[in-house]
Structures are given as structure tokens and as C-alpha cells.
Write a protein that binds this ligand. Structure first.
Ligand code: HH2
Length: 314
């Protein structure tokens, strides 16, 4: 059922079929305002491949950094980063996302030269040696262009295309872009995240950035509400609970809860011990329609996704 009904609060969505089947008196139905039609997403062309989203896809994370919040230093040299990416593909990753700059809260920006030195050799090898699309996690146009020239298939921009050069690059190289929402910058984003209505405000951001990207010639877009990027614990929980509210733009939705601090706030556990919390968040995301999940623990999440999808499809 693709038509959605919406109550006065934009965060409260109900599928009409659920309402009709439920014991609420039918007289309530006219009170509901049908505001949005959920559009089935089109396949996205990614290099030679088409991502069809018939199931939730897995984006495996490769951090070529000394300081990432959960795996900093583990894959800092090209050899171990490439080996790790290959293992993630064997584990079930549908895409690989390569990043060279940590975006953990409080992180200081890196120069484009340093970031390029870290990721370009990795991306260059992965596009030749992997069977899945390779994404570059950067907001710096100079690095993005070097990676696109080397054959990268997708741009993952945590600043949501705030730099117009990123729009121009995605259009010129005809690659899909992940438009992620963030309030503030990684250095300051967790100081005082404030929203009147987090879901509505992210949707407004998506509307604006999608319009800019489309006007600039970008053909394929993936939307990401940006778990942990200028969000409190409550904001992150609401985003996961109401993930389907972001499906109304007609573009696939990606979500990245993996090992993030909101899981630590709930469980009291450090980043290396957040696998079970990650799996719970991924299962909820799948139930709420996530098209792509960005995770570190691909094998375990793949198994959890298979079960969540079977339940969703029952
Ligand atoms: N999260 C991180 C980095 N990039 N990109 C998207 N689209 N969505 C996310 O949620 C996202 C992202 C942070 O995770 P990680 O890369 O593991 O950590 P670090 O930034 O410390 O390297």
C-alpha cells in the first residue's frame, strides 16, 4: 500500500491499510488528511550496476583513518584497507564506502592533501578489484574529483552538497550522491542540537537540497537523515522510529546507525561493544523501509537484515 495518511503532526504517519484493518471507528478516517503519496523508488545506476532496492542494501564502511570513533587505525594503510573492503564484500556488502577523515563529534578538519593521500590509493585499487560499487565519503570537491577520475561510482557527502562544486561534479561524472543531513559541523554539532520538529526539518532540508541537485543536473540521489550528526539521543530515536517519513521524496533512504554513540547512551557500552545495539537499530530501520544501511559489521548485519526482511514481507 503506497498511499499514506498523515495526522496533524508530521511525524505521525499511518498506513491507510493498517487503519482500515484496525479496530478504530471508521468515522475517524475522514478526519485524516491524505497529504503524501509514497513513491516506489527507481533503480539507481551506479557505474556498470543498477541498484534496484528490492531488498535493503548494505554499504560496508572502510575508514582509512587513525582516529575514527570505532575502528580508527585498524585499516590506516592501503593494504589493510583493501583487504578489509574485500572481506566486507565476501560478508555481503553491496557497496563499499571509503572515508579518510573522521567525522566523530569534536573532530578537527583535515587538509585535502592529507585526505587524498589516505583514500585515493585505496579507491584506485578498489574500483579495479571489487565487484561492487565504491563510494567516496567526502565533502571536499578536490578529493571527490580525484576519486571520480579514478573510477569511484558514488559520492557520499555528509554536508548534503553544501558546496555547489559537489553538485557540478556529480552531474559531470553522472554519479549518484548521498545527501546527508547534519546540523552544524562535526567540530560543533553535538554542542546543542535543537529542532522544533526534527523529522519535518530534515524533510525540508531534503526538499531544498534535492531541488538544488536536480537543477544542477544530478540524476540519482540517496537521502540520509544523518544519525548522530547534530542530533540528541531522542532525535536519533525519532529518526529511526519514523524513518518512513523520509520516503515521500521518491528517492532511496540510507541510514547509518552503526556503533554510534546513541547506542552507547542506551547500553552504557563503548563503540567496540555496540554490535547488538547496531543490529537492533538496523532491524528497526529495515522494518521502517530503509533502502540502504551503512554498517561496519557487515556479516552480522546481513544475517539480521535477512530475518527482518522476512518478517516485513510476511
Ligand atoms: N556516518 C559516519 C560517516 N559517514 N555517511 C553517511 N551517509 N551516513 C552516516 O551515518 C555516516 C557517514 C560516521 O561513522 P564512521 O565513518 O564509522 O566514523 P568516523 O566519521 O569517525 O570515521
Amino acid at each position: 500500500m503506497l498511499i499514506k495518511a498523515c495526522c496533524t503532526n508530521s511525524t505521525k504517519f499511518y498506513f491507510i491499510n493498517k487503519i482500515i484493518n484496525c479496530p478504530f471507528p471508521r468515522v475517524l478516517l475522514p478526519c485524516l488528511l491524505i497529504t503524501e503519496v509514497m513513491v516506489a523508488v527507481q533503480p539507481i545506476t551506479c557505474g556498470e550496476q543498477k541498484l534496484t532496492f528490492e531488498r535493503t542494501l548494505i554499504m560496508g564502511v572502510v575508514n582509512v583513518t587513525p582516529d575514527s570513533f570505532s575502528d580508527g587505525g585498524l585499516y590506516f594503510d592501503t593494504k589493510s584497507a583493501v583487504a578489509h573492503a574485500k572481506q566486507l564484500v565476501l560478508d555481503g556488502a553491496d557497496l563499499i564506502d571509503v572515508g579518510g577523515e573522521s567525522t566523530r563529534p569534536g573532530a578537527m578538519p583535515l587538509s585535502v592533501e592529507q585526505e587524498t593521500q589516505r583514500v585515493l590509493p585505496v579507491v584506485t585499487r578498489l574500483v579495479q578489484e571489487l565487484s561492487v560499487p565504491v563510494s567516496i565519503d567526502t565533502h571536499k570537491p578536490q578529493l571527490a574529483e580525484s576519486c571520480l577520475k579514478a573510477g569511484a561510482h558514488l559520492l557520499n557527502d555528509i554536508t548534503g552538497l553544501s558546496d555547489p562544486s559537489m553538485v557540478a561534479l556529480a552531474a559531470a561524472y553522472n554519479v549518484p550522491v548521498v545527501i546527508m543531513h547534519m546540523q552544524g559541523t562535526p567540530t560543533t554539532m553535538q554542542e546543542h542540537p535543537t529542532y522544533h520538529d526534527v523529522i519535518a526539518e530534515i524533510n525540508t532540508f531534503f526538499k531544498q537540497r534535492v531541488a538544488t541537485a536536480r537543477a544542477g543536473g544530478v540524476k540519482n540521489i540517496i537521502l540520509d537523515p544523518g544519525i548522530g550528526f547534530g542530533k540528541t539521543l531522542e532525535h536519533n530515536l525519532l529518526i529511526l522510529k519514523h524513518l518512513d517519513a523520509f520516503m515521500t521524496h521518491g528517492w532511496p533512504v540510507l541510514v547509518g546507525p552503526s556503533r554510534k554513540s546513541f547506542i552507547g547512551m542506551i547500553t552504557g557500552l563503548p563503540a567496540q561493544e555496540r554490535l547488538e545495539g547496531t543490529i537492533a537499530a538496523v532491524a528497526v530501520a529495515v522494518m521502517n523501509g530503509a533502502h540502504v544501511v551503512r554498517v561496519h559489521d557487515v556479516r552480522a548485519c546481513k544475517r539480521a537484515i535477512q530475518v527482518a526482511e522476512a518478517i516485513r514481507g510476511a
